[in-house]
Design a protein around this ligand. Sequence first.
Ligand SMILES: *[C@@H]1O[C@H](CO)[C@@H](O)[C@H](O)[C@H]1NC(C)=O
Length: 339
Amino acid sequence: MTTEEGKEKRMELLPWLQSLEYPDSRKSLYTAVLPALLQAVAEIGKALRSSQVSHVGSANAFGDEQLNVDVLAENIIRDTIARCPTVFTASSEEDPVERPSRPDQKTPSPSTHSEQYTVASDPLDGSSIIAPNWTVGTIIGIWDGVTALDQDPAQKQVASVLGVYGPRTNAVVALRVPDTKDVCFEVALSGDDTTRCEVVRPAVQLAKPPFKTRYFAPANLRAAAEDAQYMGLITRFVQEKYTLRYSGGLIPDVVHALVKGHGVYVSPVTGASQAKLRRLYELCPVALVVECAGGMAVDPTDGTRILERVVGHCDERAGLVCGTAGEVEISRDALRRKE
Ligand SMILES: *[C@@H]1O[C@H](CO)[C@@H](O)[C@H](O)[C@H]1NC(C)=O
C-alpha cells in the first residue's frame, strides 16, 4: 500500500488487544490463541520464502493434489493449536474431520474451562498460483465451543484471521465477540522474528460512496461463457469502467478491496460450474472479516448472508459475493437464478 491516509502509529499486538477491553472470560482468546495463530502465520510466511514448491504425491481428502508447502503450513497450524490449552478441536482443509487438538485430549467439562474453542483452517489457500510465487494466504476461523458444525456461524464464529504472503507478510483479523464491538484490524508480521507483530491499521473499513475507483474481482470468469447472467454482470462492470483486480487467490483478492476501501469479489455458481469454496474453511472466515469491515458477504444462489447458514459438514461448499455493500447487492441481483 502506498497511500498515506489510513496510516497510523504502529502498535505492538498485545498492548493493542488489551486496549480493546475484552471481558475477563475471554482472556485466553486475546492473550494466547490469537497471538499464537498470528505467530503461526509469520512462521508459514518465513517457511514459504525458503521453500521450493513440489508435489508430495498424495491428494488431500477433497482430491486436490497436495504440495509440500500445504503440508508444511498444515503442520505449523496444528503444532500451534496443540500448544493452546483452550483450543479443544481442530479441522482443516487438508484434514477435514474435526478432531481433538491434542492426542490425549479429554472432552472438556464446561465447569473447568470457561473458554473452549474450535479452530477451522485452510492452512495454505491458493495452491494453483503458488508455483509462480504469486501471493497466497492462510484462512483461520475460531469458533466458540468444541465444534464448528451445526452451530450458528453469526454467533459462534468469534474471530477469523486472513494471512497474506506477498512481498510482505500481513494478516487481517476480525473479532466478533459477544458483548464487545466488532473489530477488524491489520497486522504486519516479521520474517526474521516471528514473535514480532505490529498493528498497522487498527480499523480496517470499506469506504463509503462516492468512490474514486471501483474494483471488481470476477472468479471463474470462464463460467460467463455459458451463463448469461454472469456475462451480463461482467459486461456491466466493464461498461461502468470498474478496474479489474484479480489474481486468482481468494485472500489477496479480498484483502485488496479491504486495503483500497472498495471492491467486490464474485465467485458464482452456474449451471456448468459447481460451488467451489468450502463454507467452513473459506467462506465463514472471509465473511466475518468482510462484515466486520463494514461490507457484505452473500451466497449468490439465493442471496442469503453467508453467516446466516449453519455448516452441517466439513466439506459443504457454495459460491461467494463479498465486498462493498452496493456492489454486492448489484451482483447478487444480477446472478440470482431465474428458474
Ligand atoms: C518469492 O517472492 C518473494 C517476495 O515476494 C521472495 O522473497 C522469494 O525469494 C521468492 N521465492 C522464489 C523461490 O523465488
